[in-house]
Design a protein around this ligand. Structure first.
Ligand code: TRH
Length: 388
């Protein structure tokens, strides 16, 4: 597609740490493109983009209907999009703001905020803030878990595809086999994506000594390295490592779509940050969320807000077990205790609650599916911008 066509959406994304911001923006852009809209995505860290999107090539490439552009220090604005999204307060370059202000009708300008389950989010969604100098107005778009927020990223057809995959044992086996994996029948299949945990070794030991077989699947990356160190061995794709009841297998780093299939295939998923956290909810399977840690444990409020929402409809025992394990996995003490619990100590509480957590995960997913999806929210904003 020619770059001279004015994009419907122009998204600016900086990588602060890890993949997250690009993970969210790449998924968002692909979803908009799949709905027939033209997104341009500016990314400042091309190497990180290439991990998620190896086809990216060089700046100006089109992949999956998305125009991919490298946001460098000598940024020169192209024709601004109808809707301009500044992801996670990354601050638009001055040349972009000037180009937006020079248009006869300014684009709709949104700051896409981080996802939070806190209740104040709904009151702040789409609040406006005028630019101090230019004739521009920025609005704050909050994804969230309530109808009055922007909702969550949920591609049309996602849940139908997931249901079909989960209902088709052969499709699951074939997909796993393509990744070099054959699951042990009856084993608890667990996927592991996290920032790390100082007591990972004792959790692996607890699974190894447990009565039920655990099949641990780890996409290549930090956790594969940590698990290998904890087990005192080498882990490589295609070579499973057995430690009594625990079998560990490393997978290559997957595409976002294949990572979904991994989440759909497992009985329990460890996820982190924002994007994998949301995908685990669409997988309708129990999950453990490692939130991105902030100074002075500021992330605790966000974790608690989510746990409160998530466990509200779950029986007290299962809710307490999920909560205790989540706090332990995040290295946070319960209010009653001064020291965080070890995940290995919290595991015997969680394991028997998993069947109830599993039924609950399906209900939670159904509930979330009744809320707006983020791209539909953005498409409405685009429609209003086109009319103005
Ligand atoms: O990379 P993250 O830690 O992202 C975080 C969050 O966005 C957080 O809010 C932010 O503050 C912080 O970065 C700086 O985790 P997240 O959000 O789950 O993103 C990981 C992406 O990687 C996600 O899009 C899924 C994708 N992924 C794959 O595509 N293949 C894989 O094999 C795996 C394990 C992940």
């Amino acid at each position: 597609m020619p770059a001279s066509v004015r994009p419907d959406f122009e998204i600016f994304c900086r990588v602060v740490d890890n993949y997250g911001d690009i993970g969210v923006c790449w998924r968002l852009a692909r979803d908009l493109a799949a709905r027939g809209l033209r997104p341009r995505l500016w990314v400042d860290d091309w190497a990180t983009l290439l991990r998620l999107c190896p086809q990216a090539g060089s700046s100006g490439a089109w992949v999956s209907g998305v125009e991919l552009c490298h946001w460098e220090d000598d940024f020169r604005a192209l024709q601004p999009g109808m809707v301009v999204i500044e992801a996670f307060a990354c601050e638009l370059p001055a040349a972009q703001l000037e180009a937006m202000a020079a248009l006869p009708v300014a684009p709709a300008w949104l700051n896409l905020e981080y996802l939070s389950a806190e209740s104040w989010v709904a009151d702040c969604h789409l609040l406006a803030s005028p630019h101090p100098r230019l004739a521009l107005q920025k609005r704050f778009c909050f994804p969230g878990f309530e109808p009055r927020t922007g909702g969550l990223l949920r591609e049309p057809g996602l849940l139908a595809a997931r249901t079909a995959f989960q209902g088709d044992a052969r499709a699951r086996e074939e997909w796993l086999a393509a990744q070099g994996i054959a699951l042990i029948p009856g084993a608890l299949a667990v996927s592991l994506f996290a920032y790390g945990h100082p007591q990972l070794s004792s959790l692996l030991g607890c699974w190894a000594d447990g009565e039920r077989a655990v099949e641990l699947l780890i996409p290549a990356g930090r956790m594969a390295v940590d698990a290998a160190a904890a087990l005192g061995s080498v882990l490589q794709p295609g070579v499973p490592l057995q430690r009594k009841a625990l079998r560990v297998q490393v997978l290559p780093f997957l595409s976002q779509d294949d990572y979904d299939r991994l989440l759909w295939s497992c009985d329990l998923n460890f996820v982190r940050g924002e994007d994998s956290f949301v995908r685990a909810q669409w997988a309708a399977r129990p999950f453990v969320w490692q939130i991105y840690a902030q100074q002075a444990d500021a992330h605790r409020v966000k974790l608690e807000a989510f746990l409160q929402r998530y466990t509200a409809m779950l029986d007290d025992d299962a809710a307490a077990a999920l909560r205790a394990f989540a706090l332990a996995w995040n290295g946070l003490p319960d209010k009653a205790t001064a020291m965080p619990q070890s995940p290995a100590v919290a595991w015997p509480g969680l394991a028997p609650a998993l069947p109830r957590a599993s039924a609950h995960a399906a209900l939670w997913c159904e509930h979330l599916a009744t809320l707006p999806d983020l791209c539909a929210t953005l498409a409405q904003i685009h429609k209003a911008a086109v009319k103005s």
